[in-house]
Write a protein that binds this ligand. Structure first.
Ligand code: FAD
Length: 284
């Protein structure tokens, strides 16, 4: 006879209820696609779990004329489907629809992707960084709005006594692109990811995922782009050359690839992303 571990599940109906459960030691269970594999990483699953999908607004996507609000419990599939026809959000759609596989995308959430602190290859992160997204956290002091880059720099502290409630996207992006390199096929974690966006004033942003432990903007390349005539490279090839000159990333060694390889493929992903922007006609 084996003793089954006693588990409790709280289906929170409000932010206060969710925060109270977390303070008593419950772990947030979103899609569970990361959390449920914790035992494989040598970590037991918490005895108490709390879900957020019944909290009003958490599964909503609100599309306004100036901004779009995406609830933390929105799945990758729902996100991709909702934004697919909206110009500017191509990178987010590609990230949402290209990550993992259809079964995972049907349950994996935006909040889970953003809050998994030990996962370097999250697809949505570079796409949201390039789009200049804002995240909303809910803690004991009420809502806190943060640029996604600031949130990612210190997720452990920000999530210490708060949950991520939604992501806000300004509709100031004219076009974007997301290039990822899985080693073999769909379902593999990407070795490196480059997302790019061009805003309505022509300013370009570039973000990189999976090369370092946490995704970040590629500021030196953005500055090199801005210094070109017209504020952007004249071709995808020129973009790739500039990427070779500006690579200040420390590649991380991991099971799928060594750090040097992740760095080495970055110019090719820049070329691919830039090529997609030229094809969209916005960067011409
Ligand atoms: C086969 C397979 C392939 C995969 N391929 C990819 C891929 O190609 N690209 C990719 O990006 N990911 C991939 N993943 C990883 C995973 O699916 C994603 O990171 C997913 O987005 C996690 O979301 P979830 O809703 O399942 O999170 P969960 O597993 O439920 O939670 C993950 C973590 O986030 C915390 N959390 C969740 N929501 C919140 C919130 N609102 N506020 C605070 N904390 C929260 C949880 O407590 C937990 O610590 C893959 C996973 C599998 C199993």
């Amino acid at each position: 006879m084996f003793d089954k571990p006693e588990r409790s599940l709280t289906v929170a109906g409000s932010i206060d209820e969710a925060l109270a459960a977390c303070r008593q030691g419950a772990a947030i269970l979103a899609g569970g696609t990361w959390l449920m594999r914790d035992p494989r990483r040598g970590r037991p699953i918490a005895d108490a779990l709390v879900t957020l999908h019944k909290i009003p607004g958490f599964t909503d996507i609100q599309i306004g004329s100036d901004s779009i609000s995406v609830g933390a419990a929105v799945t990758h599939e729902a996100l991709g489907r909702s934004l697919i026809d909206i110009a500017g959000f191509e990178a987010i759609v590609a990230a949402a629809m290209g990550a993992a596989n259809p079964a995972i995308r049907r349950v994996a959430t935006v909040g889970g992707n953003l809050c998994t602190q030990d996962f370097a290859a999250a697809d949505l992160l570079p796409a949201l960084l390039a789009a200049g997204a804002t995240v909303e956290l809910q803690g004991s002091d009420g809502p806190l709005l943060l640029p996604i880059g600031a949130f990612l720099k210190d997720r452990k502290t920000f999530l210490g006594d708060a949950i991520l409630s939604r992501v806000i996207l300004d509709r100031t992006i004219a076009a974007s692109a997301h290039a990822r390199l899985p080693l073999r096929k769909a379902g593999d974690y990407p070795v490196a990811i480059v997302s790019m966006a061009v805003d309505i004033n022509g300013r370009m942003s570039v973000a990189v995922g999976s090369v370092e432990n946490v995704a970040r903007r590629w500021n030196s390349l953005e500055n090199a782009f801005a210094a070109r005539p017209g504020g952007r490279p004249a071709s995808a090839e020129e973009a790739a050359e500039l990427a070779g000159d500006c690579n200040d990333f420390q590649g991380r060694d991991g099971t799928e690839a060594d750090g040097w390889y992740r760095r080495q493929v970055m110019p090719a992903l820049v070329r691919r992303s830039m090529g997609a922007l030229f094809t969209a006609g916005v960067a011409a």
